[in-house]
Write a protein that binds this ligand. Structure first.
Ligand SMILES: [Fe+2]
Length: 266
């Protein structure tokens, strides 16, 4: 099974601001790379922050771009997104019936579950009782390994500034308890941090990578200010079978030098 993980598009019309220059171009290039090299992938997942400042123009632009993907695609919302606007523009988003953008999809190898971790009105992450109940149902109904996609990591990453807008501790503990009880979660994929990282949380392997915007600096100390870098964007290509899960990080050159000014929230 081959999956593509793409994250944090932060789509903004060209000319919006210096910090957002090139998000459309980088996303377009990512889509070209996927269509050229990975059109055989089973699914492409965009783990949130589809737009930078949610408005209809940005989401229509995101829809126009993502509809060019030759791979079936599911998008999630992130802290920068507006649920209603995103759902109105992008057909791959689903309301779970309780106002959250969450869904489940059968894969050739197990089940993909897409969680909504947006905390309305803040940049932090949440996983409230309503979402916990929904996930418990999805896990109980799932067959085989589970591949979990969400925007915020359910743990502190060590990136000091970003961890101030991570998932609430109590909600993260509730998610950990649910997943531990289920016991068949194969891998966790998240966005939000605009940095490549991988590891194991409560026995579950995880990975994340760079955005289509500026990237967050590797800073374990500065809480008050988020330093950003003009590094190349990345996609991740996931290969999985009964014995292994491999996450390949693919940097791609856009031929465009993004600005290093500005300090957006993950
Ligand atoms: Fe982001």
């Amino acid at each position: 099974m081959k999956l593509i993980h793409l994250t944090d598009l932060h789509i903004a019309p060209e000319g919006t601001s210096k910090a957002l220059e090139g998000t459309v171009q980088r996303t377009r290039r990512a889509i070209d790379v996927i269509n050229t090299m990975h059109a055989d992938a089973e699914l492409c997942v965009v783990t949130g922050d589809i737009a930078y400042d949610p408005d209809e123009i940005a989401y229509d632009l995101a829809d126009e771009l993502l509809s060019q993907l030759e791979v079936p695609t599911v998008s999630l919302v992130g802290n920068h997104d507006d649920r209603a606007m995103a759902c109105a523009a992008l057909s791959s988003l689903r309301d779970d019936g309780h106002g959250f953008v969450q869904q489940t999809k059968a894969l050739s190898r197990g089940t993909a579950i897409f969680l909504d971790t947006k905390d309305e009105g803040t940049h932090a992450g949440a996983f409230c009782a309503t979402r916990q109940a929904w996930l418990e149902q999805q896990l109980a109904a799932s067959d085989g390994p589970v591949w979990l996609f969400l925007h915020h990591a359910p743990f502190a990453t060590g990136l000091a500034a970003m961890d101030t807008i991570g998932m609430k501790d109590a909600d993260a503990r509730a998610l950990a308890d649910l997943l531990r009880a289920h016991g068949r979660v194969e891998h966790l994929f998240f966005g939000h941090y605009h940095r490549p990282m991988s590891g194991v949380w409560n026995g579950i392997p995880f990975s994340s990578h760079r955005s289509m915007m500026l990237q967050c600096a590797l800073d374990f100390d500065t809480v008050a200010h988020l330093a950003v870098l003009a590094e190349e964007p990345q996609i991740a290509i996931v290969l999985a079978d009964d014995e292994r899960t491999i996450v390949h990080y693919h940097d791609f050159d856009t031929g465009h030098e993004p600005s290093s000014s500005g300090a957006p929230h993950g």
